[in-house]
Ligand binder design. Sequence first.
Ligand code: AMP
Length: 305
Amino acid sequence: MTDTTALPITPPTTPVVARTREELREARSALDDGDVAVVMTMGALHEGHATLIHQARKAHRHVVVTIFLNPLQFGPKEDLSRYPRTFDADLEICTAAGVDLVFAPTPDVVYPEGDPGVRVSAGPLGDVLEGQARPGHFDGMLTVVGKLMHLTRCSAAYFGQKDAQQLLLIRRMCRDLDFPVRVVAVPTVREPDGLAMSSRNTYLTPSDRETALCLSAALRAGADAAAEGPSAVRRAARAVLVREPLALVDYLVLVHPDTLVDVPEWYRGEALLAVAGRVGTTRLIDNLPVLVGPGGGALETFTQP
Ligand code: AMP
């Protein structure tokens, strides 16, 4: 048997925290090569974020986490002011996950001239689904993602499949605007009962949380019907949602993963089953990539932390 008592135990070191551009420049220069992966977050970190960090950690020499609540991507009636702010706990998660550098700026650091007149346009893909419910959201999101890619000088960036439309648009931005950044997707991390982890889950009352389970249950039911074709998927998913009148469903769609257009009945192949709705005062989104057609089903297992 190995004598583990002889192994040196190095406690995890707290990441460098940069609040200003100057601090970021200095700390980023100290990371001695180009292999830097970034995980961009709005804080209130949970196991979903931690999984992104772990994946980045495994594949790259250095990991930078950004924590920034980007006012540009919140509408006037959205939850910017009540969004949970838990910096100390976030830093503990980053420390345990072996993050090198945390960039946590305030809006005046990111936008020193105030609202930027020039923004990245998401184009037509930014107007559907989440973009329809949240006008301007994706332009604001892409603008800050582009800025953070430049500021952190990252070679790779990790994003969650949880925000599938965001992920698609970031891939498109990097491709269409020649960002030299490898975009890596990480499957959605869920609670044991299937609820997709989200910082916004903290808004849910216990009964809201029960109600919210219908979203992931609908996705699972839809995926289980995937062998029978698109209308069977939609029907099975909808059947779960209608049993839960307290969930105010905004959309339930089965779309092509690259175009976000509804797949026709003859379609066979990869598709995205996506849902959004309001539970209590909270807007929640979830999705599941599915293979439609013979031998079809969910293309992502319901991953737990
Ligand atoms: P947010 O802080 O909500 O902006 O999320 C930051 C990053 O974490 C984004 O790339 C999200 O897609 C990702 N993320 C959030 N929740 C999850 C989850 N449950 N599983 C995987 N990734 C997630």
